[in-house]
Design a protein. Structure first.
Length: 454
């Protein structure tokens, strides 16, 4: 089978998955154009094509191509919804219904990604004609992508089904139950630890590397309040040779800059949708979301003199194709036409801030401030000094907000620190999780809805 033929079969690797559509769809007969996995995983070429298909699933607008990261800013206070999509308005108003199409499509896309990864992990070991080291690297990359998909699932929905084997037959085994969030995190850490042993220490941010796996483990440790481990892992990454770009604008707007650790790649054939959804119509967008408007206070979150503000939000002088972008619109993503803006899933600045926060929570204020000042100095701000633990943590929260704005962190940060209800004036604690998609609970008797959505 040639490479073009193998790519054309990749869709089947997600057809009977927890995510191509829903649990109900798993019970449908296998589509006529499906191809048995044994025809894909026949050689190294096929295994690599399947791995590329796993990465490719991330490109969907229902995945990291738009919704998965950007909704973490819109659910919080970094983005306003100013457009016409009722499903977006539900999310912004935190009045999400279980049949919300955005919620359903994100869930489906993330589980489809997981099932593609599961296929690679399960079937690559039997591939012949190559070395174990090559096969292990392919498996390691799939383990990394699976862990990344589960990271988003547990942080949007809490307890979720933990599925680590390929979904191959439409039977009652598809009636999965939700697993505790802690158990899903444990599996993510196990996946990433296995990946670390198989992945190369170097390589471009377009593929998973050993340090990318370590960086994601550091993030997970921070979220789990395992601060000693978060500090240790973050410092391993910081010693790994990545460097901060001197310019914040270059770090966030250029393709694969020196501080990018894992970056989802887009081009004219595989387009991202950030710029299209967040730029005005006069600049080629649809004007659906903006950092300026009801429910967003991002424009006021920057200190005076912070260079990151004009690199993120237009001051009126930013030009795109010879036309100014009006004041208050985002300028982090600037290609609404061909969608070549990449998604910086993990970059060095985040790891520095993980190190700073972990040290602050361990009462190592000097270590925390030293790390924090690396970020502040690049932003053109004065160094911090003489702060209490509480003051350091408050400043880190602010720095994470503006440094990582529109990169999919703010909602998760407020949830994990227990600050979401106070900052966002949320009175119903149940609104801190999204509803399980309606069709999942409708068709799967073992799928229990999140509280408050029945």
């Amino acid at each position: 089978m040639n490479i073009r033929s193998k790519f054309s079969t990749l869709a089947v690797l997600g057809l009977l998955s927890l995510g191509t559509s829903s649990c109900s769809d798993f019970l449908n007969p296998e589509p006529r154009n499906s191809v048995d996995r044994s025809q894909v995983f026949t050689d190294l070429e096929g295994a690599r094509a399947a791995l590329n298909g796993t990465y490719g699933n991330l490109l969907s607008a229902n995945n990291t191509g738009l919704r998965v990261p950007i909704f973490a800013d819109m659910l919080a206070d970094n983005l306003a919804h100013i457009g016409t999509f009722p499903s977006f308005a539900q999310l912004k108003n935190r009045a999400v219904l279980p049949d919300n199409a955005e919620v359903t499509n994100m869930w489906s896309s993330l589980y489809s990604t997981i099932n593609r990864a599961n296929n690679v992990i399960a079937y690559t070991p039997a591939v012949t004609g190559t070395t174990d080291a090559v096969k292990n690297q392919i498996i390691g990359e799939a383990l990394f992508v699976r862990a990344l998909a589960y990271f988003y699932l547990v942080n949007y929905w809490g307890d979720v089904p933990l599925v680590i084997t390929p979904t191959t037959t439409p039977d009652n085994t598809l009636f999965v139950s939700r697993n505790p969030k802690a158990a899903v995190y444990d599996q993510m850490v196990a996946d990433l630890t296995e990946a670390e042993a198989a992945l190369p220490t170097t390589g471009g941010p377009a593929r998973a590397s050993r340090l990318a796996a370590t960086a994601l483990k550091a993030r997970i440790a921070l979220y789990r309040q395992q601060y000693s481990e978060a500090s240790r892992l973050a410092d391993l990454v910081l010693a790994g040779g990545y460097t901060l770009n001197p310019s914040y604008r270059a770090a966030v707007a250029s393709e694969n800059p020196t501080e990018s650790i894992f970056e989802v790649q887009f081009d004219a054939q595989n387009q991202s949708s950030y710029a299209f959804f967040m730029l005005p119509t006069t600049n080629g967008g649809r004007n659906e979301m903006s950092p300026t408007g009801p429910g967003s206070t991002l424009t006021t979150a920057y200190e005076t003199g912070d260079q990151r503000r004009d690199a993120t939000i237009s001051n009126g002088s930013f030009q795109l194709n010879g036309r100014a972008i009006a004041v208050g619109n985002q300028v982090k993503y600037t290609d609404p036409g061909t969608g070549t803006d990449n998604f910086k899933a993990i970059r060095l600045a985040e790891i520095i801030l993980i190190s700073a926060e972990a040290k602050a929570r361990l009462n190592d204020a000097p270590g925390a401030i030293t790390a924090l000042n690396r970020i502040r100095t690049r932003a053109g701000l004065p160094v911090a000094a003489g702060l209490t633990q509480t003051q350091v943590l408050d400043l880190i929260e602010r720095e994470r907000r503006v440094e990582l704005a529109l990169e999919g962190h703010r909602w998760f940060d407020l949830i994990r620190t227990g600050r979401a209800q106070a900052v966002l004036n949320i009175t119903d604690v149940n609104r801190l999780l999204l509803p399980i998609p309606f069709r999942e609970t409708l068709n799967n008797p073992n799928m229990v809805q999140n509280p408050g959505y029945n």
